[in-house]
Design a protein around this ligand. Structure first.
Ligand SMILES: Nc1ncnc2c1ncn2[C@@H]1O[C@H](COP(=O)(O)OP(=O)(O)O)[C@@H](O)[C@H]1O
Ligand SMILES: [Mg+2]
Length: 350
């Protein structure tokens, strides 16, 4: 120990690192002692008798004392300056290592730096999430545009062609030998197909039951369609009376469970999926569990650009003060639990 602080520089460093409290006490004691010495000297025979000299000496000592206290407090001022710089928009500012900070101030600087790191990390995460939400939105728009162009607009073009042929027949123009009844029938079938395509797209954007009958019914409709598509049975239990959730929470609740149910049936290849919804005193709890192949939840972070579904589930839950847990493991099935706060208007009515 002693050998580690052997050189003069080490001694000085050790001296500067004594606690702030002791530094200030020592500075003040030095001033007191100096005043006592000065007055003893001034009153001794041959001592100072000039009041100017006396005052000058006193001022010098007070200045020295002020400097000492200021030096002792410098690490605190550094911390304050860093916090101000961060407030003014420099998120990278950090408290520098100080040679004169005592252990307490050193720890305080470390805590402040750690806190600033955490805030910056959170900011980055949020920016990444916003970017991925924007990407997901763009992908969704692309999908809808694709469906509208490739499916609906082509079906309507075909209907138009059939109608033109039927009209030509009525005019007696070229191609009028085609049976107008058959053309009209084909046009009718095309318009019906386009109509159901539009309904499907509108439903995928926002199921009409969601506003009218609430997320439980909307989810039941979604589950039915997924079962038709994948053949996986989906059991829905519990209830959620309309008005239990605020409008925004209700939408997020539906979207998160919609994605969880789709993922379970599509990715998990389970024998069945179970969805249960429970209204509790202050919150609504929903669980979606499947006995499928499961997956490594932590591994999703390795590909932040892909797999936006699960990421959005977390973000949506967070936006409405909800809490989401995804428990899964390879070969162990998956359970997604979502808790969201109940609407304050209806708490206690359930
Ligand atoms: N219930 C589940 N069972 C098995 N694998 C799942 C389940 N939910 C999610 N996954 C896995 O997590 C990945 C990410 O899901 P998600 O973020 O919804 O993206 P996407 O559905 O577009 O692939 C899926 O590709 C799948 O491998
Ligand atoms: Mg998905």
């Amino acid at each position: 120990m002693a050998s580690r602080i052997g050189t003069p520089a080490d001694w000085l460093r050790a001296l500067l690192r004594v606690p702030l409290f002791i530094k200030i006490v020592v500075a003040n004691l030095t001033l007191l002692a100096a005043i006592a010495l000065l007055s003893a000297y001034a009153s001794s025979p041959g001592g100072w008798d000039s009041p100017t000299l006396w005052a000058g000496g006193f001022l010098l000592l007070a200045l020295l004392n002020g400097l000492l206290v200021r030096l002792a407090l410098r690490p605190l001022r550094q911390i304050e300056a860093v916090v101000r710089r961060v407030e003014e928009g420099d998120p990278r500012a950090r408290v520098p290592e100080s040679a004169i900070a005592d252990r307490e101030l050193h720890r305080l600087a470390e805590v402040v730096n750690r806190m600033l790191d955490a805030i910056e990390g959170e900011r980055h995460l949020k920016a990444r999430l916003n970017a991925s939400m924007a990407r997901a939105e763009e992908a969704e728009r692309g999908r809808i545009a694709g469906e509208l162009f490739n499916d609906t607009s082509q079906t309507l073009s075909a209907a138009l062609l059939h109608l033109q042929l039927a009209a030509r027949h009525l005019d007696g123009g070229p191609g009028s030998e085609r049976d107008p009844g058959r053309e009209l029938e084909s046009a009718r079938a095309d318009v019906l197909a386009a109509l159901s395509g539009i309904q499907r797209i509108a439903r995928s954007l926002r199921p009409p039951e969601l506003d009218e009958l609430g997320p439980f019914t909307a989810l039941a409709g979604h589950a039915r369609r997924i079962t038709q598509r994948t053949g996986v049975p989906i059991e829905l239990s519990g209830a959620l009376p309309p008005g239990t959730l605020e409008a925004e929470t209700s939408l997020a609740f539906f979207r998160v469970l919609q994605e969880a149910v789709t993922n379970a049936a599509v990715h998990g290849a389970p024998s069945k999926v179970q969805v249960s919804i429970e209204v509790m005193s202050g919150e609504v709890r929903a669980a979606v569990s499947d006995d499928g192949r499961g997956f490594d939840v932590g591994a999703l972070d390795d590909h932040p650009e892909a797999h936006l579904g699960v990421r959005q589930m977390f973000e949506r839950s967070r936006q409405v003060q909800g809490e989401l847990q995804v428990r899964s493991g390879k070969g162990e099935g998956t359970t997604v639990v979502l808790r969201v706060p109940r609407s304050q208007k209806n708490v206690g009515v359930a």
